[in-house]
Write a protein that binds this ligand. Structure first.
Ligand code: KIV
Ligand code: NA
Length: 265
């Protein structure tokens, strides 16, 4: 199969084909997601919530992100693999941003990194790009800044924040980012951004007038069921499927139905 590249993603935007993106954090899930034909797999720092049970994305470490990313990369033969640089490993120090990126690329074999923010981190982005590593931006509700926002509510409803978001998106394009994620902003603003930049704009909670969509895989599969924002479409009830399977297994063990003769040596 032909590997997805940044050039192919740009061609998709140019001809109006929507880009599909999902997260993965481990080998087994990434294998299925890739086989299904997803264009981009994000090793998101949402692993901090989904894999480790933290309340925010802030605690996950660079070593932990590399562990997740290397497992995903081993599973994937078609998708473009993007890895979140975790909180504290790139902001405000471009040398550290480059060092973190080089570790991710060398130790996991991923294809690109993602960072949160615009003008605040322009030096870090420039430094990473100068090393030849593709960078995906992330604007809007950037979860690494949750304590600045104080709430997970929709961002950029006011003009000042919306204008900064548009100019940040243009800056990311200018710097050379290959794509940008917009999280939880009004659909109208996301549409303006997607029309204002030529690079692909991938939305989560940003409406349908963007160039692609991303969801957290455990959320869309219904494995996590505490988290149900309006933007989440749940494509399966895997929690239900798993609970039923586990319930049957427990019952079969207790009743001595499992294992039977044909399941024994
Ligand atoms: O970490 C993550 O899963 C993300 C997506 C929600 C875009 O950054
Ligand atoms: Na993230």
């Amino acid at each position: 199969v032909k590997r997805i590249t940044t050039h192919i993603l740009q061609e998709m935007k140019d001809r109006g084909e929507k880009i599909s993106m999902l997260t993965s954090y481990d080998f087994s899930m990434a294998k299925i997601v890739d086989a299904a034909g997803i264009d981009i797999i994000l090793v998101g720092d949402s692993a901090s919530n989904v894999m480790a049970g933290h309340e925010t994305t802030l605690p996950i470490t660079l070593d932990q992100m590399i562990y997740h990313a290397s497992a995903v990369v081993r599973a994937v033969s078609r998708a473009f693999v993007v890895v979140d640089i975790p909180f504290g490993s790139y902001q405000g120090n471009s040398s550290e941003a480059l060092r973190s990126t080089i570790r991710i690329m060398k130790e996991s074999g991923a294809h690109a990194v993602k960072v949160e923010g615009g003008s605040e981190i322009r030096e870090s982005i420039t430094r990473i790009l100068s090393a030849g590593v593709p960078v995906m931006g992330h604007l809007g509700l950037t979860p690494q800044s949750i304590y600045k926002f104080g709430t997970y509510t929709v961002r950029a409803k006011e003009d000042a924040e919306a204008e900064k978001l548009i100019s940040d998106a243009k800056l990311l394009e200018e710097l050379g980012c290959f794509a940008v994620v917009l999280e939880k902003i009004p659909a109208k603003l996301a549409k303006t951004v997607a029309e204002s930049v030529s690079i692909p704009v991938i939305g989560i909670g940003a409406g349908g007038h963007v160039d692609g969509q991303v969801l957290v895989v455990h959320d869309m599969l219904g494995i996590t069921q505490e988290f149900k924002p309006r933007f989440l479409r749940q494509y399966a009830d895997l929690q239900g499927v798993m609970m039923e399977a586990f319930g049957k297994y427990i019952k079969d063990v207790k009743s001595k139905d499992f294992p039977n003769d044909s399941e024994s040596y």
